[in-house]
Design a protein around this ligand. Structure first.
Ligand code: NI
Ligand code: MN
Length: 233
């Protein structure tokens, strides 16, 4: 796998830090301080040009407000979630919805479907957060990544393949709250990526799926098991 100048770092769970070929820093699903998988060395975020949020659950936006206020990134998310972030003090928002594409920090960001819930826990309230989504990112060097967010497998993943053909996909495999390895293997059949990076597993005892199980069920795709804090480039 050649990322041609992109650096991709997994911070555990669904959280990734991405450095673009132009040196911009993106965080996908910024859950950092409370993320038990996130290495200590990553906990003090110093630079963020964009935050991409797939949905409003705490294990995906746990640090969006903190990082948003501290580093002044552009927060990308579904409409209702962005408005909530703005209300909490995030200055720059770039709301969008499924099927749309916008360029932020030099990256073409397409919001795609996901099948999952999306309430935002705000104190003792659950606020409507729009819908859960995934993202296809197209970088200036032509590399395309798909981060599925939290989802089960769904047949419209075939549309994501037909329209965007991402070669590298990040799929949840933990089971219980998202796809299991069995469903993720079916997702690989629909998406036909070259490389799949498993995520959203092992963080809590319920998230029992493993990369090894996925590799066994999807022998034709390369399952790239990252370690939290590890960077690939
Ligand atoms: Ni979730
Ligand atoms: Mn989750």
């Amino acid at each position: 796998m050649n990322l041609q100048g992109i650096q991709l770092t997994w911070l555990g769970h669904a959280t990734f830090r991405v450095q673009t070929p132009e040196g911009k820093t993106l965080y996908i699903d910024p859950w950092i301080a409370g993320n038990p998988m996130c290495p200590e060395s990553e906990k003090n975020v110093k630079k963020a040009d964009a935050l991409l949020c797939t949905h409003g659950h705490g294990d995906h936006i746990g640090d969006a407000v903190e990082v948003g206020k501290k580093c002044n990134p552009v927060a990308v998310g579904i409409y209702e979630l962005c408005l909530w972030l703005q209300k909490k003090g995030v200055q720059q928002i770039a709301p969008m919805n499924k099927g749309g594409t916008q360029t932020v920090a030099g990256v073409k960001i397409t919001m795609v479907h996901a099948v999952h819930s999306c309430g935002i826990q705000d104190g003792d309230q659950i606020i409507y957060g729009g819908e859960a989504c995934g993202y296809v990112l197209e970088f200036s060097n032509g590399v395309k990544l798909y981060h599925a967010g939290d989802t089960n497998v769904f047949s419209d993943m075939a549309i994501i393949r037909d329209l965007y053909a991402p070669k590298i996909v990040m799929l949840p495999i933990g089971d219980h709250f998202t796809m299991s390895p069995r469903e993720a293997a079916y997702a690989c059949k629909l998406l036909q990526p070259e490389t799949v990076i498993p995520m959203h597993f092992g963080t809590f005892p319920q998230l029992t799926g493993t990369p090894g199980e996925l590799q066994k069920l999807a022998p034709n795709v390369k399952v790239l098991e990252m370690k939290p804090g590890k960077t690939i480039s």
